[in-house]
Design a protein around this ligand. Structure first.
Ligand code: HSE
Length: 430
């Protein structure tokens, strides 16, 4: 008789139901891939009475998901509840303590407590797997942890949030402003009622912190991620980006420099002919650059029932088949802290948008500030002509240290002829 591995599913939202559907639809295929029968023996969710369109017959129902951790009839726990603390963390810790491997889609949990959970898993010879936590259906965790393990990774970056990518794509296609496109995205169900984690860049930062740990064998350090969301990107920025040959994307970038690691999430201008610039709508994409392999690109759906459940099932199969790998590719004792490079030390080119009165001498004053900060201007364009009203002046800089640019913009903001806070967007060369 084929041995069976018993699964407890905590959280029957979109992903949990997706997992049950795949197990139901592909039982035979999954059995041949894992070498065991995968059987859901326990479930937990908020509402017991809700019809989810899947059968829960024969499964033990837990009101409190944490209690599932010590059920002798459960071998693997699927934590699909979410949140960096509370019940999700409690369940994972109890399950690992009880010697059960955990599969989770919870990026917040991993970004904040990933190293401690990995340590706990190793102490009990089990694992905590999280393919679904980063870029949904794209198998980027496996790619970095296993497929690219022969490489020193110089940079990993990507579109890690589908909501932001959808909004930025729509802004470019329709010319609409952020707020109205966000509202449409909410009406269509592409953005959450409370979209702050997505649009403020926190969700992407959680994912980036995990990717950084995997890429550089270093403890997860979410607090060191510089985070800037997309709420201040304007329709004008998008239109000037187009004119300059760029697209605006919210990217998460982790980069090894000779001073340490940069971890940053912010709107970026990327050349239109790059692969990442052509990933539109809700899609995610990750680019990993290794010294031997060069650049590798992964594109796919970063959220939703099927893609996320697909990643959860892949982890379940690995664990059921006995393929237990260290959580971040190396045992926690082998992880090395690497200094963090602050955003002020970032060196790159910048798009700058000034709003100034159209009077003689304004550009001379602006140029003087840039000269004093040793910032070289690559191009400058002004749109409109109006003595009485403010006009946008767009500048693109050569490479400059961010701290110098920030100082320059603070000086320009104080000019009498400056009528709005200068805006800047980092240009990323890919
Ligand atoms: N809310 C995320 C997104 C998916 O919009 O990509 C889950 O992290």
């Amino acid at each position: 008789m084929v041995e069976s591995v018993k699964i407890g599913v905590a959280g029957l939202g979109t992903v949990g139901v997706g997992v049950l559907k795949i197990l139901e639809a592909h039982g035979g295929l999954l059995e041949s891939r894992s070498g065991v029968k995968l059987e859901v023996t326990a479930v937990s969710s908020r509402d017991r009475t809700k019809d989810r369109g899947v059968s829960l017959d024969g499964m033990t129902w837990y009101e409190n998901a944490s209690d599932m951790a010590t059920d002798n009839n459960v071998d693997i726990i699927l934590e699909l509840i979410g949140g960096s603390d509370g019940i999700a963390k409690d369940l994972c810790e109890k399950a690992l303590e009880a010697g059960k491997s955990v599969v989770t889609a919870n990026k917040a949990l991993l970004a904040v407590h990933g190293t401690a959970l990995a340590e706990q898993a190793e102490a009990h010879n089990v694992t905590i797997a999280y393919e679904a936590a980063v870029a949904g259906g794209i198998p980027i965790v496996k790619a970095l942890r296993e497929g690219l393990s022969g490489n020193a990774i110089s940079r990993v970056y990507g579109i890690l949030n589908g909501t932001c990518n959808y909004i930025l794509t729509e802004m470019e296609e329709t010319g609409g402003e952020f707020e109205s496109i966000l509202k449409e995205a909410q009406d269509l169900g592409y953005a959450e009622a409370d979209p702050s984690f997505d649009i403020d860049g926190v969700d992407a930062a959680h994912k980036l912190a995990i990717l950084t740990s995997l890429a550089y064998a270093t403890p997860v350090d979410f607090d060191k991620v510089y985070i800037e969301g997309i709420t201040s990107v304007t329709a004008d920025d998008i239109s000037y980006a187009t004119e300059l040959g760029y697209r605006i994307k919210l990217l998460g970038v982790a980069r090894r420099t000779d001073k340490g690691i940069e971890q940053r999430v912010h709107p970026c201008m990327v050349r239109k002919d790059t692969s990442i610039a052509n990933v539109s709508g809700v899609f995610n994409a990750v680019v990993a650059e290794g010294d031997s392999v060069d650049s590798t690109v992964y594109v796919g759906r970063g959220a939703g029932e099927g893609p996320t459940a697909s990643a959860v099932i892949a982890d379940v199969i690995d664990i059921a088949a006995g393929r237990l790998t260290p959580t971040f590719g190396v045992p926690v004792v082998k992880m090395k802290p690497i200094p963090s490079v602050s955003i002020e030390d970032h060196v790159g080119c910048y798009y700058v948008c000034l709003t100034v009165y159209d009077k003689p001498g304004v550009i001379a004053d602006v140029s003087a500030v840039f000269r004093d900060e040793d910032i070289s201007i690559e191009s400058l364009l002004q749109r409109g002509r109006s003595e009485q009203e403010a006009v946008p002046v767009i500048l693109v800089t050569h490479e400059v240290k961010e701290a110098s640019l920030v100082r320059a913009l603070a000086k320009i903001e104080k000019f009498d002829h400056s009528v709005a806070r200068p805006r800047m967007i980092r240009i990323v060369s890919l």
